[in-house]
Write a new protein. Structure first.
Length: 610
């Protein structure tokens, strides 16, 4: 199920509309097949290319943070602050990031999370977020969400290009100096020459003006980011295509350690190369996704200098086949090899065969079933499965859909926990998650979409510490449950209203940085054929954070943020000016204890498509 409204897309060749997402859109991530959303029983959010245009100037983390059930702590602060992705009361290690069909994660980090700061929005075509357990299709870490990112494809023209640039302020609520401390640029060239296609893009982001930590001196900590992507493809026959790609991403960030005035600098670099190939035959197709990624992070601060290095190999080979137009089947095998350098090199391998089937009846019943056998080089075997029925009742104006899901997922121990220099334990077992969902969705033509989902998730074998700070599987279980409600309404052609509310309750630990209540509201208005406005409101409720000065948990006050976006096409679909204004009311709030948050800020930019 995709819960989102429409956005800036063409009504026709001459006119834009504020309907951000198409209500009858197609989703892929929950089955790896292109299915209408009414045939999907999963909870999926789709962020389209048009919505990404509407949020020009924002980071990937900021965009995702506006969606129901998602909380990315650090996205409201200075670029370079550590981000924590909390979905449905879970932790970052329970969220998997996938780029063009390939999982990405840094095996040298303690949490093995993928750093969202490495992503550039300018190269992204769409983002699908599957909420709930998805280990059947995606394997380890896909316990609370899968963030599935698709990069932009090549134009059918021989040469096409785009350019985007923006400048803005970067200031706190109590220091409104309006200095231009934020600059971002992106350029892309792509095209198709007979059977050959290509794409090259470059982006950079630079910010200063904010201190990482709240200090009396409020010194500036600089953040810079560079990313380059190259993709080459060849259509060997009408049924057989091959693409290769490469990426290099670097960022450096100054930060505050024990001595906030010292020179504290962190640098991170990612280099990734991969291959995608597909072969179509009759009602089936064979797909190969494989990639190698090299990570290196260096830090220099008051504690000294340190370097972490990690390597990751991934191969996903699967066959898709449709039987009798109603049975959509997947048979595949997934291979992962993680390697990291500690005092000695450490590694493990995972080989997982998996199967999934989606049945779409002609009387309203949809059924998604799957299973995976996880084979890990350290702890042996583990089985997960998914049962996901839904039923669609057609109405004269749309449909009502009822859905339910029971799914298992797992999180493998990472290399630091198994073989790291401090507190490692090679006998760890995987963490286990069980998720139950139930809800409904109502659609009336292209005017109204309502949905409500209840979820209940149980964690077992959670990896924690004993009294000697050695990693162990904890005996205590964690339960998280809640409700997600979303609405999209288009009362007239030039007005769109999108809203979501999430209630989350986590029991079994201190639920750090997880708000119990969170809500978002956006109002879009098309003033003229080429001019659009969007006013947004975001509420984040009470949540707890740890004060490491006193080692106590502190309740943080709720806060509300108001933002505004405006765009005007100087040349229809070619040259656009845009303005982003965030935290218009200049609210002073705490997101993470001791860390700086942004006050009222403005960003002005333009985008050019050729």
């Amino acid at each position: 199920m995709v819960l989102a409204g429409k956005g800036l897309s063409a009504q026709n060749a001459q006119k834009d509309s504020l309907k951000v997402h198409q209500l009858d859109e197609v989703v892929v991530s929950d089955s790896k097949f292109e299915l209408k959303r009414e045939n999907s029983g999963k909870t999926v959010i789709k962020i389209t290319a048009e919505e990404l245009k509407q949020k020009q100037g924002m980071t990937v983390a900021e965009i995702i943070n506006t969606k129901s059930g998602m909380e990315i702590t650090g996205s409201r602060g200075r670029d370079g602050d550590v981000l924590g992705v909390y979905v449905r009361g879970g932790r970052g290690k329970q969220v998997l990031v996938v780029i063009d069909g390939v999982r990405v994660s840094d095996p040298s980090t303690f949490s093995q999370e993928y750093d969202l700061r490495l992503l550039s929005p300018s190269n992204i075509e769409s983002i699908e977020i599957i909420k709930g357990a998805a280990s059947t299709l995606y394997g380890t870490n896909a316990a609370t969400a899968v963030i599935n990112i698709t990069t932009k494809k090549s134009s059918q023209k021989q040469i096409s290009g785009s350019f985007e640039t923006s400048v803005g302020t970067n200031q706190t609520s109590d220091d409104q100096n309006y200095n231009l401390g934020s600059i971002s640029n992106a350029v892309n060239v792509n095209g198709t020459l007979n059977k050959f296609n290509y794409a090259v893009d470059f982006s950079n982001r630079y910010k200063n003006g904010l201190s990482a930590a709240v200090t009396p001196e409020n010194e500036e900590d600089v953040f810079s980011h560079y990313s380059t992507n190259v993709r080459l493809g060849y259509q060997i026959t009408k049924d057989f295509e091959v693409s290769v790609y490469g990426n290099q991403t670097k960022y450096s960030t100054e930060y505050d350690a024990t001595n906030a005035d010292a020179d504290n600098l962190g640098k991170s670099e990612q280099q990734r190369a991969g291959l995608f190939s597909s072969f179509n035959y009759g009602k089936g197709s064979v797909h190969v996704n494989t990639a190698f990624t090299d990570y290196e992070t260096n830090s220099s601060d008051t504690w000294g200098e340190s370097t972490t290095k990690g390597k990751n190999w991934v191969l996903d080979l699967y066959n898709k086949y449709v039987f009798a137009e109603q049975w959509h089947t997947i048979l595949g095998v997934n291979y992962i090899k993680d390697e990291a350098a500690f005092s000695n090199n450490a590694e493990f391998t995972i080989v997982d065969p998996y199967a999934n089937v989606v049945y779409i009846s002609d009387f309203g019943l949809n059924l998604n079933l799957g299973g995976r056998l996880n084979n890990h080089s350290e702890y042996g075997n583990h089985v997960v499965y998914n049962v996901n029925p839904s039923f669609v009742f057609k109405t004269s104006e749309g449909y009502v859909k009822l859905l339910g899901s029971y799914a298992a997922s797992y999180i493998t121990p990472n290399l630091t926990q198994l073989f790291g220099a401090y507190g490692s334990n090679p006998d760890l077992e995987p963490e286990e998650n069980r998720t139950i969902e139930g809800g409904l969705e109502f659609r009336a033509n292209d005017k109204l979409l309502l949905s409500a989902i209840y979820f209940d998730r149980n964690e077992k074998n959670t990896i924690g510490y004993d009294s000697n700070f050695t990693s162990i599987n904890l005996a205590d279980e964690i339960d998280a449950n809640g409700v997600e409600v979303e609405a999209s309404w288009f009362p007239v052609e030039v007005v769109s209203i999108n809203a979501n509310y999430t209630f989350t309750e986590r029991k079994g630990d201190n639920a750090i940085r997880i708000p119990k209540h969170k809500a978002n509201l956006s109002l879009g208005y098309q003033l003229a054929e080429k001019t659009n406005f969007v006013l947004s409101y975001a509420y984040t409720g009470v949540r707890f954070d740890t004060d490491f000065m006193s080692y106590t948990d502190v309740a943080l006050d709720p806060f509300s943020l108001v933002s505004f976006y405006a765009s005007h096409d100087l040349i229809q679909n070619k040259l656009r000016l845009f303005l982003n204004a965030e935290n218009l009311l200049n609210e002073d709030f705490t997101e993470i204890i001791g860390f700086t948050t942004r006050g009222r800020n403005f960003r002005l930019g333009l985008s050019l498509n050729l």
